[in-house]
Design a binder for this molecule. Structure first.
Ligand SMILES: Cc1cc2nc3c(=O)[nH]c(=O)nc-3n(C[C@H](O)[C@H](O)[C@H](O)COP(=O)(O)O)c2cc1C
Length: 531
């Protein structure tokens, strides 16, 4: 095993929550001291984007067939709308004197470590360069103006993470959550682009080094110490057919020779605790340039969505349920099956994911019409079935329960209490219709390439984003669960080593609204938008 893989394994094991002790985190939290959730760069030109909140006609259900969605022109209005629907604000919540923003993309602890950049080359509506998106203001900050225009190669969106923003609350485990959030953000971008008739191409060949250079993350003087951003990924948004192949070298040369401006404002927080293991794992998991396969799966349409709401409605109404109605009538079986079908790899939402699935679901069914409560499995790839059967408890019966889905019954029995216990005693895992663990093909993946550790979490986040939106479309609600006792779930399933590891949990059911909270409009705080 090489050194990087060893570092990652060590990080992973060390950041497991255990029944007897949680992973290392701050002993106390001073909420007054929370890092600023909104990064801004002072000293650069600011472009206010056209007024947010536009509704588009495409129905959420139509995103299953993106080719039928009318293609919107590539202009500032639509680029702004895509950014809003992916990373913009969706509402403000208020409780007494406290007020906090929610966004279209979810984030563990609502800390939002993910930053988004738009890179324009050869688009006639915005000068070629690198722009940082400020979701609070729905504006772009011009970080770099390129020296010359490049052939029109679509829009690029780059994502990075400020690990410290997450570690402030969650300590060592925070690096995992940053990766989940990146996966969610990628999913959010996919739905936003698809609503405009555009598609997302994950440029997975790029090295972290090149992403860093393009987004200017290596300009250390522009960032406060400990508040730097780590590169995550870069995507091309295909806004029309026939965009030119991407000239990566020319892009990087333009970023090198371009005129950079702005310095990141301080996140205004006192760095009381330090978590050096996060920098260590980030270095060990940094990605070199690679060759990557083309798209693998051929699209299959399995179960149709009955949702009649528009995609823009569903995207903006997405929230995490804080509590579920533990006495809800059973979830309709058709809705349950649709939710599961939506996370299979051969659907439109996973078209940007170019690799065979490495994440499989183990589902605690609590209240689903026609299904006995108990534990079920959804291997997302046929080839994983036998491996999972061999690695799990011998008395699981692996009875296929649905014609149209690779859904298997493992064992019957009331499992609400156990689901709650393994998810850090959170009632959201037991009061729902079902909750689940996302199990990764782990050791072989990271032994093949250590940086794939991050990609496993991104795949989980992408699945999570699909589940969040599909739950809204089914008239119910979901919540991501990053807090769970790793080895307790492994023991329950029967995993004896790290061939498989559970990397994320999720729960879906009928939400209970907290009536004490007031909801305010997403951009009510801004009035002077360009039309
Ligand atoms: C990776 C991840 C892990 C999360 N873990 C938990 C959790 O363990 N418990 C919980 O109640 N909510 C959890 N959440 C939900 C977040 O708290 C929620 O996304 C955040 O407060 C923003 O609210 P919103 O999703 O309604 O926009 C998680 C979300 C994500 C993306």
């Amino acid at each position: 095993m090489n050194k990087q893989t060893e570092t990652i394994l060590n990080y992973h094991n060390r950041t497991k929550h255990r029944l007897e002790r949680y992973a290392k985190g701050p002993e106390s939290i001073d909420w007054e001291d929370q890092p600023d959730q909104f990064r801004r760069f002072s000293g650069c030109e600011n472009i206010t984007l056209p007024k947010p909140g536009a509704e588009l006609d495409p129905l959420f259900a139509e995103l299953d067939n993106p080719e039928i969605i009318p293609v919107k022109p590539s202009n500032l209005v639509n680029a702004g709308l895509m950014l809003e629907l992916a990373f913009g604000l969706s509402a403000w919540k208020q409780f007494g004197p406290s007020r906090w923003a929610l966004r279209c993309n979810p984030s563990s602890g609502n800390l939002h470590p993910t930053e988004a950049y738009l890179v324009s080359s050869g688009n006639d509506f915005i000068k070629s360069g690198v722009y940082h998106y400020v979701s609070h203001d729905h504006s772009l900050e011009e970080r770099c103006q390129f020296a010359c225009n490049l052939p029109d190669s679509g829009l690029l969106i780059g994502l990075s993470s400020i690990h410290w923003r997450e570690a402030w609350k969650y300590g060592e485990r925070a690096y995992r959550y940053c990766q989940h959030d990146t996966g969610h953000a990628l999913g959010a971008l996919r739905y936003a682009a698809a609503t405009l008739g555009w598609s997302v191409e994950l440029l997975a060949e790029w090295s972290d080094d090149d992403i860093t250079k393009l987004l200017g993350l290596n300009r250390t003087d522009d960032f406060k110490p400990l508040e730097h951003e780590s590169p995550d990924l870069i995507c091309r948004i295909n806004t029309h057919a026939g965009s030119k192949p991407l000239a990566i070298k020319a892009l990087l040369e333009n970023a090198r020779l371009g005129t950079w401006s702005g310095k990141a404002d301080s996140l205004r927080a006192y760095h009381l605790y330090k978590w050096p293991i996060i920098d260590e794992v980030a270095i060990a998991a940094s990605k070199p340039g690679t060759e990557e396969p083309g798209r693998q799966a051929v699209r299959q349409q399995i179960i149709k969505s009955n949702c009649t709401k528009t995609a823009t409605q569903i995207i903006r109404q997405r929230r995490s349920a804080q509590q579920f109605d533990g006495k809800m009538p059973p979830l309709a079986q058709a809705d349950f099956y649709r939710l599961l079908a939506a996370v299979l790899p051969a659907t439109a939402a996973f078209e940007l994911w170019r690799w065979p699935p490495k994440i499989h679901l183990f589902i605690f069914v609590h209240r689903v019409e026609g299904l006995a409560p108990g534990l079920y499995a959804l291997p997302r790839d046929n080839s994983a079935l036998e491996l999972l059967q061999a690695a799990t408890l011998a008395d699981f019966d692996w009875q296929k329960v649905a014609e149209a889905l690779p859904l298997y019954h493992l064992v019957s029995g009331e499992c609400r209490q156990i689901a709650k216990t393994v998810s850090c005693h959170q009632p959201i895992a037991s009061d729902s219709a079902f909750s689940l663990g996302m199990v990764a093909e782990f050791s072989e993946t990271i032994e093949a390439a250590p940086w794939l550790y991050r990609r496993l979490f991104w795949e989980c986040g992408l699945i999570g984003q699909v589940l969040y939106l599909e739950a809204e479309a089914a008239g119910i609600r979901g919540t991501g669960i990053g807090c769970y006792f790793d080895d307790s779930i492994h023991e329950l399933i029967g995993f004896k080593d790290d061939k498989f590891q559970s990397l994320y949990h999720f729960t879906i059911g009928k939400p209970l609204e907290d009536k004490r909270l007031e909801t305010l409009p997403a951009y009510g705080h801004l009035e002077d938008f360009a039309q």
